[in-house]
Ligand binder design. Structure first.
Ligand code: AMP
Ligand code: MG
Length: 351
């Protein structure tokens, strides 16, 4: 086995970076705009508040950091005393006390698992670890054996997770990995808090998952770039105009390693136990909440271009895919996504 295994972690960038790029290019940034940046959940967050009046930047910075850290403390697989880690260490039959937020996210995750026929799997942790994308530290050149994959698959049945009214149990050895929905949930928590404080214009981004409300610093609705997955990483492939919605992107280019010229994605297909291999390079989902967009982007990523598109159309989801072709990437999107695309008008002009 080659030693050329390279971890490529680009999670910190995401669509928000492109947002900044695009808005800066447009100029007209309001001088009142407040930016809150920080670290949480093993990634970064960026919040833009175009017109802050009644609250101080410092006050909001503390609230935001506390809200996001609370989600991390409950749902992290990296913190040994998080609720999720305590659950993962628990025996069959034991009930681990869980707060309302964790119970809510687990219920939502199990709902997405059912609806996606297991493509989204919140019990995928043993396989994520086995492939070197979880908290377990692995030797650099290790590709799991078929036997190890089957062993991990046998411990990845989300139907063994039981949600009680104040805790979580299991009917078979199983663990929780909420990484594909928790960042989105964190975005929602912050967004809801800002709304409660009467703040109506904002962008909240955690690790590339976004929620856009009201107007941007340009004084009109938000303009977001969908990043190019290939060589042109950092250059927007497409722009969307959006407000009062959440946007999430999952892609095989975001977090992967390469061994012997093969790319292994951090998104695992629970039907095989192997990282996804198809031609779908990225999936962008627009939804009302960031947790929903986050989970659906991961689920559709697992399904691949054909099944993912059929799933999205059947549910009238707003989904944009970039599919690898011989000479680059081809965009495919659902009818519901068209409303957000910044398409030229009848005269060929983009406003
Ligand atoms: P995201 O960036 O939202 O697509 O989430 C990716 C993370 O979700 C990975 O790093 C894994 O921890 C976890 N994951 C991988 N495959 C799956 C899956 N099929 N269902 C749910 N979570 C997954
Ligand atoms: Mg996700």
């Amino acid at each position: 086995m080659s030693n050329s295994r390279q971890l490529n972690k680009r999670l910190f960038f995401g669509v928000a970076v492109l947002f900044c790029f695009i808005v800066a290019a447009c100029g007209e940034l309001s001088s009142q705009t407040v930016y809150l940046n920080g670290k949480t959940m093993g990634t970064t967050y960026h919040i833009t508040l175009p017109s802050l009046t009644d609250h101080t930047q410092q006050e909001l910075a503390i609230i935001v950091q506390q809200e996001l850290d609370a989600v991390d403390q409950a749902m992290s697989t990296y913190k040994s005393d998080s609720i999720v880690s305590l659950y993962n260490a628990a025996q069959v039959g034991q009930v681990v006390a869980a707060d309302e937020a964790t119970l809510f996210v687990v219920k939502q995750a199990l709902g997405f698992a059912e609806d996606s026929a297991g493509a989204f799997n919140p019990a995928i942790g043993p396989l994520v670890n086995l492939w070197g994308f979880g908290p377990s530290v692995l030797a650099d050149d290790q590709i799991p054996s078929e036997y190890e994959i089957q062993q991990a698959l046998a411990q990845s049945d989300y139907r063994a997770i039981v949600v009680h009214h104040n805790g979580l149990g299991k009917t078979a050895p199983v663990s929780l990995d909420l990484s594909a929905i928790a960042k989105g949930y964190g975005v929602d928590v912050v967004a809801e808090h800002l709304l409660e404080l009467g703040i109506t214009d904002f962008m909240v981004e955690v690790g590339g998952e976004l929620r856009l409300q009201g107007n941007s610093p340009r004084g009109s609705i938000w303009r977001i770039g969908i990043e190019s997955p290939g060589e042109a990483f950092g250059i927007p492939f497409e722009a969307i105009l959006i407000s009062n919605k959440a946007v999430a992107t999952s892609g095989d280019y975001r977090n992967y390693f390469e061994a012997d010229g093969v790319r292994y994605s951090h998104t695992i297909d629970p039907s095989s136990g192997y990282p996804i291999k198809h031609k779908l390079a990225s999936v962008t989902v627009v939804a009302d909440t960031s947790a929903t967009a986050d989970a659906l982007a991961t689920a559709i990523s697992v399904m691949g271009p054909e099944r993912g598109m059929e799933f999205s159309r059947n549910r009238a989801l707003a989904v944009f895919m970039l599919v690898k072709s011989d000479d680059g990437f081809v965009a495919q999107y659902t009818q519901a996504f068209e409303a957000y695309l910044e398409l030229p008008d009848a005269n060929g002009v983009i406003q």
